[in-house]
Structures are given as structure tokens and as C-alpha cells.
Write a protein that binds this ligand. Structure first.
Ligand code: IPE
Ligand code: MG
Length: 221
């Protein structure tokens, strides 16, 4: 989700207004995913690198995420959406961790779509924590015998399928340390539309583009 700041700046508003409008896009996209029967919708809300933004903006983002989680609980339940947060939870405050736990617990049953919020996440961090976890759990021999599919189990996305489609908004054409391991065969879609303007119509366009892709996974047809 990129372009919140530029969206606000273009209107002479503080960056935080862009983030607030971005929450509306998350809701719209979540409802669209439910409508389309998409099983997993992941949004990159806050990266490990985003901690380096000014404290004022970091606090505003944390506050906004917390408020949205409380306010949208009913929306999740109504839409049969399971909510998950993945990332370096140790860096989050106690109150936000408690709010996440509550929402994860109350949405853990009777769901069709899973909404994953990546918070304090980075792809390199994920690979490193997976390696450490595997090294701590496995004997030296089992560690050496590890297969690619075994390694998947130590990533924070364990049990969740790799993404079919990755969308990046706002005209930036890079991965910015998102799901590095998991996007090995993901289709990428880039659009100049800023995140606060990315609603159902734009999501539908991305899905249409995805439907035209020919996924060969390195094989010949
Ligand atoms: C994306 O919008 C939201 C977060 C990364 C939290 P930005 O805040 O990156 O907006 P721009 O890139 O400055 O426009
Ligand atoms: Mg940005």
C-alpha cells in the first residue's frame, strides 16, 4: 500500500490524512476480496524500515491501526473474515499487541477470507528469524537435511500459500523488502494509482490483468 503521503500532500493535508483514507481502501479491498471469494488478502501496512519515520508519523500509524482494528471488528465478523497480523510483534506496544490478540481470537472461527496485516515486517527479517528458529529446533543433522518445503514452516507465513498476485500502488516499481521468499513465482502488478484511490474498480483491473498472465513456473507449455 503506497502513496498515502503523496495523496495527502496533493490536497494540502498532513500525511496522516492520507493514511486515514488508506484505511478506507483496505476496507473496500477486503469487501471486494470477500465478494470474489479470494481466500487470502495480505496488506503491507508497516515495514521494519518504517520505524525510521518521524515519531509523530509512527505514532499516528500505530494509533490508526489500533482504532481501525477496534472499529472494524463487526465488519470482519459480518464478512466472515479471519484477521491475522504477521511481523515482528516484539516491537509493538503492549496495547496494540492486546488489540491484535483480541481481534485474531474473535475472528478465528467461521471464515472464508483471511486478511493478513503485515506489521513491523520485512522479508529479510522473516528469513533470518526462520533460520534461527530452525537452528534452535532441529538437530545439526536435521538442519543439514532441510528441504525447501521444510524451511517454509519456519517463516511467519507457515501454512499460508504463497501469493499469486502482488499489487504495488503509487508508481514505485520495487519490492521494498516485502515477502522475498514467498514471492518467488508471484505475478507482479504495478499501478500509478495512489493507495487511497485504490478501491474496487482498481482491484478489479488488477485481477483482469492477472487473468491474462501465463504462469509457466519455468517450464515450457
Ligand atoms: C504508504 O504510504 C503507507 C505506509 C508505508 C505506512 P506512504 O506513507 O509510503 O506514502 P508516500 O509514499 O509518502 O506517498
Ligand atoms: Mg511510500
Amino acid at each position: 500500500m503506497d502513496g498515502n503521503g503523496r495523496w495527502a500532500k496533493a490536497r494540502g493535508l498532513d500525511r496522516t490524512y492520507g493514511h486515514a483514507e488508506g484505511v478506507e481502501s483496505v476496507r473496500a479491498c477486503m469487501e471486494f476480496a470477500v465478494e470474489k471469494g479470494i481466500e487470502y488478502l495480505s496488506v503491507y501496512a508497516f515495514s521494519e524500515e518504517n520505524w525510521n519515520r518521524p515519531a509523530y508519523e509512527v505514532n499516528a500509524l500505530m494509533e490508526l491501526m489500533m482504532k481501525a482494528m477496534i472499529k472494524e471488528t463487526e465488519t470482519f465478523l459480518k464478512n466472515h473474515v479471519r484477521f491475522l497480523v504477521l511481523g515482528n510483534r516484539a516491537r509493538l506496544s503492549e496495547s496494540i499487541n492486546r488489540t491484535i490478540d483480541d481481534l485474531e481470537r474473535s475472528t478465528s472461527q467461521d471464515y472464508g477470507t483471511t486478511l493478513i496485516l503485515f506489521v513491523s515486517y520485512s522479508g529479510k527479517w522473516d528469513i533470518l528469524q526462520a533460520m534461527k528458529k530452525a537452528a534452535a529446533e532441529l538437530s545439526r543433522e536435521d538442519f543439514q537435511k532441510m528441504e525447501l518445503s521444510d524451511f517454509d514452516r519456519y517463516l511467519v507465513t507457515a501454512g499460508i500459500p504463497d501469493p499469486d498476485l502482488l499489487i504495488r500502488t503509487s508508481g514505485e516499481i520495487r519490492i521494498s523488502n516485502y515477502l522475498l521468499w514467498q514471492t518467488a513465482y508471484t505475478e507482479f502488478y504495478f499501478t500509478d494509482v495512489l493507495w487511497p484511490d485504490f478501491r474496487k474498480e482498481e482491484f478489479a483491473k488488477a485481477l483482469e490483468a492477472y487473468a491474462q498472465r501465463d504462469r509457466r513456473y519455468g517450464k515450457v507449455k
